[in-house]
Design a protein around this ligand. Sequence first.
Ligand code: CP
Length: 338
Amino acid sequence: MNELTSNDLPFRHLLGIEGLSPDDITEILDLSDQYVAQNRQVDKKRSILGGRTQINLFFETSTRTRTSFELAGKRLGADVINMSATASAIKKGETLIDTAATLNAMHPDALVVRHPHSGAVALLSQKMDCSVINAGDGSHEHPTQALLDALTIRRRLGHLHGLTVAICGDILHSRVARSNIMLLSIMGAHVRAIAPPTLLPGAVERMGVEIFHNMAEGLKDVDIVMMLRLQNERMNGAYVPSTREYYHFYGLDQAKLAKAKPEALIMHPGPMNRGVEIDSDLADDINRSVIREQVEMGVAVRMAVLDLLSRRSTNQPPVGPEEAAPNGRPEGPGEAAS
Ligand code: CP
């Protein structure tokens, strides 16, 4: 049994952005860039994870994260198993710890977990012999989302250092916001949090961000506008008077966007509530919105993370798509390509 914390990152698990260094993040982003190129080729498959087993265990709904982790594993040649809580023995009362012990007995090489409770993925990682990747735990962290957001920004603007990024909306319930605030701060960006007082966690001030309750003030001259979904499923009671009023004050529309730099990019992790946190035309604006690019980067980032964790767990350097043999050519598992 392994007693591992996020400080072990990225050598065995990826439980969060917390504990990563600028070099760790740069290494993941550099490798992701190579996988973006591979994913744009006709032959997208490599066999560097051949013989490895990846289990995706999702206790919450997901479109982007689950599909991209499945694609990522398959494009690297792993056998990928998808499990949802509703179709598992958890429905019959099995505990999270017993589920972990059961899966561990099957000798997977990577376990990708999404769970509604903060800390559940870290707890589970202590019961597993394989790498565990946090695909979102409660309102705690969603590290691969922050990495794919960083990759999207870096590919568009060339760097992260010195940029001003406004994260807007339901920050209180957002693991995406927490992971992004940490990553962007580690990489030298300036982060602003814009939200109504009811949707800002008290601890956000200690994370070194500038706080605004007014969109026009908070968006002034920013490079990036990152909108967040209003997470109704995590709300007990009313945090905003109505979605109509929320959109009026905090929804991104042309008038509010005009305060940002003329070339500022619009981001959203998805799923979007059009007309609640973002104007539908802005979400689809091909010049300003990079929301679809974020989805594309998600596959590449998850391939890079699976590759790096796999190589680190066997003490081998990451292979990456350039050196790896294309699918079908012989390549032994764990072999570093020459
Ligand atoms: N951004 C994100 O995590 O989306 P899904 O819930 O669809 O995975």
